[in-house]
Ligand binder design. Structure first.
Ligand code: ASP
Length: 273
């Protein structure tokens, strides 16, 4: 392939990145690659009334079993004690019949992602997580492998935030600087995890979550925001987006009233708006 052709292919790929999932097609000179993402984006790992991850067991098991996958690589970068965090996730998922390996057990993270069939990125601080993903050159690699090479993505909370367009709608404090707020972009909009309409505290006078999301929506760079209530899961299956789990979601769009979305609803239209 001549330089000019590979340059053209590179630019088409970049262009697709900007509008990806808008057309959901990347055309190279010889091949057409359709994005093929499979992801489960959990609002959180903990949900009231359930053990760790238990509310998502059915959906996680179904996706992994359907793809004949028994091993998950866990990415604990949102917290500081990688070994302890990996053991916690192992204690939840190993009894379900899966092997869970921490990415830190591999000689280098890029080799780990190349060999992985499924990854799980856990919650913690979203800024720390995104910074570490960039430091390890994992953002583009994960995006490419999930979109085009059948890598299954499971994210929880901060791990869900980084799967979206950007981390502008995290609830976390910016304890470190990632190089950018742009994230893996498996979906072309933002998520607010742990979404709660009003804090339970009668005397709380700080902004509500709705007000904070409203502040984001006033920005020129803002796209719409899907608030995932605790126990809610966004299931991405190629062109199909479905709200799953044990709680619904709330959709926020510029200049419009928010809209409640129950469990089971098809929200695939969000890929094309
Ligand atoms: N700190 C949260 C978590 O990972 C993320 C968030 O609330 O935005 O649990």
């Amino acid at each position: 392939m001549s330089h000019s052709i590979s340059y053209l292919a590179l630019n088409l790929l970049k262009c697709t990145r900007n509008i990806h999932l808008g057309t959901r097609t990347f055309t190279n000179i010889n091949v057409t690659m359709e994005p093929n993402p499979q992801a489960l984006l959990l609002s959180s790992s903990n949900c009231f009334g359930f053990n760790l991850l238990e509310f998502a067991k059915k959906d996680i098991s179904e996706v992994l079993e359907k793809n004949a996958i028994s091993e998950i690589i866990f990415i604990p970068y949102a917290q500081n004690d990688y070994e302890k965090y990996t053991k916690t996730i192992q204690s939840a998922m190993v009894p379900w019949g899966f092997t869970v390996k921490g990415i830190q057990e591999f000689p280098d993270p890029n080799t780990a992602i190349n060999s992985a069939k499924a990854i799980f990125i856990g919650g913690g601080n979203t800024f720390l997580l995104l910074k570490r993903l960039y430091e390890n050159n994992l953002v583009e690699q994960i995006r490419k492998r999930v979109m085009y090479e059948n890598l299954i993505y499971i994210g929880s909370s901060a791990g869900t935030n980084v799967a979206t367009k950007s981390i502008h709608t995290t609830n976390d404090m910016p304890i470190v600087y990632p190089p950018t707020f742009d994230a893996i972009s498996l979906i072309p909009f933002n998520i607010n995890p742990h979404y709660i309409e009003k804090p339970d505290l009668d005397k709380h006078r700080g902004e509500t979550r709705d007000q904070r999301i409203g502040e984001f929506l006033q920005m020129p760079h803002a796209n719409y925001v899907l608030g995932l209530k605790e126990g809610s899961i966004l299931h991405v299956n190629k062109n199909l987006l479905i709200i799953k789990g044990v709680a619904g979601a709330v959709l926020f769009k510029k200049g419009q009233d928010k809209c409640e979305i129950p469990v089971g609803e098809d929200v695939s239209y969000l890929l094309h708006e």
